[in-house]
Structure formats: C-alpha cells, structure tokens
Design a protein around this ligand. Structure first.
Ligand code: PHE
Length: 340
C-alpha cells in the first residue's frame, strides 16, 4: 500500500504539471482525491493491514493528500494567471480603427416650435402657465361663457369622460385657472402651451393637437396692445417683413373677437398657392376678454380689461416649414423627423 500511495503521488504530480486547462485540472482533482477517487480506493483496503502498519499508512495517506491538494491549488493559481494574461494579450486596442457612430436623437419639430413660441413670449414678459388635459365642463365651457345649450359647443366636438368631465378641447380653460391663481395681482401675462383634443381627423386636423393660449389682463389693456404683441410675435416667428391683419370673428369668451392673418411668408403678399392667392394666412384666434370671463377668473371687468389669443402649434409649424399634412407629425417616420 505504501508503494501504491507513492505511485499515486508521482503519477498525480506528473499529469498535473502537463495539464494546461483549468477544467482538466479539476477533472484530475476529482480523479485522484475525489470521494470515489484513486486515494479513497487505496484506503478502502486498510482493513487488511496489521495494527502496527495501520497508523503508518494512515499518516502517509494524509501526507500524500496534503501535498497533492497544495499542488492542485498552486497549479490552479498558475493557470488562472495565465488565462488572464492571455486575454489581456488578445484584447489589444487598435486606436486607428474608425469609431462607432452613435445616432443621436433630436427634438421633434413640434417641440422645437413650441419652445420658439415660448421664447418669443417670455422675451415680452409673459409667464408660462399650465392646466390639466382632463378638464371639467366648468373650466372648458361654462366659465368661458359657453353655457350648456350654446351652439358654440358644436364648434368643438368633444371627447367626454363623464357628463361633467372631458378632454379639454382648447387651452382656454387655463385662462380661468391662471386668473384664479394670480388674483388679485396685475398684470396677468401668461401663455399656456398644451395638448388639446377634438373629434377631428384629416390632413389638417388631428384628434390630438397642441395649442398655445395667451392672456393679458391689466388696467387699460386695449385692442391696440393685442395687435402690437401679435405683430411682434408674427415678425419674430415668420420674419421681420411680416404684416398682420385682424378680421372680425366670433368666440363666446372674447368680445370683440378677431381672427389674425399674417402676410404670406412664401410670396410676401402677392398671392400664391400657399395663401390661395389672397396674400394672407390665418394663424390664430383672438379677442378682448369677455367681461363674464374676467369675472369668472375673479377680476372686476369694471376695473380691468384684457386680451386673449389661441394658436395651434401644428399649424404654425406647418406654415413655418411648408408641411402640407398634419399626420406627418405623429407618424414618427424618421425620413420626416430627420429633416429638423
Ligand atoms: N380657444 C379658441 C380655439 O380653440 C382660440 C381662442 C383663444 C380664441 C383665445 C380667442 C381667444 O379655437
């Protein structure tokens, strides 16, 4: 048995030195020292030894086991180290290789134009106000002087959630919310960008679109102030040569009301395809805030006056970039979006 143990030690040492893979090393460990390994196999015959021989052989067996375990660990560390060095050797960085090009995302045209509109009005001293997209009948209609059976409700075919709750059909409810919040301070000078919803769907109408509302309330505000602010806006947005004109119109929440046209940015007013030969293009609705609306916002119409306007961001963007179908904005076609 002594010979068997010494032979085992020699054989194990020799094979271990030749092994080049961590995995095969593990196999060897199992083969020699495992529960069903060679060493255990030899020791199974201990029963046949004389009582004097037994402790001697037991000691030798323990020695062989310890030596081999030690060798296995050393060899394992060696092989691991070698594998690491190999990998580092292979992982050379070739700094002359062309870099990986990351496709960078960019802003949506509607976001760009909304920001541009905001910048223009912030520059004229306006604050930005916001309101909820899910609105009550009170703010969306009632407080804006559009009572229940008013025919003006047909102008804006609405998505109702319940009888009293709907998706706002315009940003005008934020007029009331802003006045309620700011009262009694003056002036009120806010713009309110946001999503609005109507049952419309064609090349120039979408069931969801974006508006920017404007509201100014102060002592002595007149139609001339409205016209001055909107002329400045039109020039910053569409070019310093632009003119605007106000056409009489109707909104229940403004009196008088006006639709605002800007001189055609393509032909400058001569008449072309874009302006359908008229030289003018409608860009927004506006008017002097109706006394009832001022009152609903908490202000006294005998003391203050105001003007308001509302424009569609999609429409402004289409005019600015010559886009002829609103659906491009929502299709997420990269060939379209990459142009901005
Ligand atoms: N709310 C109107 C619309 O959506 C636009 C508007 C706003 C008109 C403010 C006048 C004053 O059509």
């Amino acid at each position: 048995m002594e010979q068997q143990l010494n032979a085992l030690r020699q054989e194990a040492e020799a094979t271990m030195a030749q092994v080049a893979e961590l995995e095969s090393l593990n196999d060897l460990r199992v083969k020699y020292l495992g529960k069903k390994g060679v060493l255990t196999g030899i020791l199974r015959n201990m029963g046949g030894l004389s009582p004097e021989e037994r402790p001697k052989i037991g000691m030798l067996a323990n020695q062989v086991r310890d030596v081999l375990e030690e060798l296995f660990s050393l060899r394992e560390a060696e092989l691991k180290q070698k594998a690491r060095a190999d990998r580092l050797g292979r992982e050379k960085i070739d700094v002359t290789l062309p870099g990986r090009i990351f496709v960078q995302g960019h802003r949506h045209p509607l976001s760009l134009v909304q920001e541009e509109i905001e910048e223009i009005f912030l520059g004229m001293g306006f604050q930005i106000a916001e309101g909820p997209e899910i609105e009550s009948d009170h703010y969306n209609f009632e407080a804006l002087n559009i009572p229940k059976d008013h025919p003006a409700r047909d102008m804006q075919d609405s998505f109702y959630v319940t009888e009293e709750i709907l998706l706002r059909t315009h940003t005008s409810p934020v007029q009331i919310r802003a006045m309620e919040k700011l009262f009694p301070s003056l002036p009120v000078k806010v713009i309110c960008p946001g999503r609005v919803f109507r049952k419309d769907d064609d090349a120039t109408h979408s069931p969801m679109f974006n508006q920017v509302e404007g509201l100014v309330v102060d002592k002595g505000i007149s139609l001339a102030d409205l016209k001055g602010i909107l002329l400045e806006f039109a020039r910053q947005m569409f070019g310093p040569e632009r003119q605007i004109r106000l056409r009489p119109s109707f909104f229940p929440f403004t009196e008088p009301s006006a639709e605002v046209d800007v001189s055609c940015m393509l032909c400058g007013g001569e008449g072309c395809r874009i302006c359908k030969g008229s030289g003018w293009i409608e860009i927004l609705g506006s008017g002097m805030v109706h006394p009832h609306v001022l009152r609903m916002g908490g202000y006294n119409p005998d003391e203050v006056t105001g003007f308001a306007f509302g424009m569609g961001i999609e429409r402004i963007t289409m005019l600015k970039y010559g886009i002829d179908d609103m659906r491009y904005f929502y299709d997420n076609d990269l060939r379209f979006l990459r142009q901005f």
